[in-house]
Design a protein around this ligand. Structure first.
Ligand SMILES: [Zn+2]
Length: 89
């Protein structure tokens, strides 16, 4: 389930994040240990999850840093995944 819009979808179609220490990191391989949090491969859901602190809540952290570069990493990751699916732009 997406932490931002609550849409239900297979986990593999969502993007997984985990906490590494007190920092949010992208789990590209869906293999990182520990609790994961999922969002749609959609910039809006990512932004919403950051804004509402849904990541920290889902990972049960009182403080969780979202690195500056993580948004770009997320966008690159979903762009790569959607290649060949007929995206326009
Ligand atoms: Zn979503």
């Amino acid at each position: 389930m997406c932490a931002a819009c609550r849409k239900r979808a297979p986990k593999r179609s969502l993007v997984r994040f985990v906490a590494s220490g007190d920092t949010l990191v992208l789990d590209r391989d869906y293999r990182a240990h520990g609790r994961g949090v999922y969002v749609c491969p959609d910039e809006r859901c990512y932004a919403e999850a950051v804004r509402t602190k849904a990541f920290a809540r889902a990972l049960k952290r009182s403080s969780l840093a979202v690195p500056e570069g993580l948004r770009k990493e997320f966008l690159d990751f979903i762009a790569l995944r959607s290649e060949g699916e007929g995206r326009d732009g």
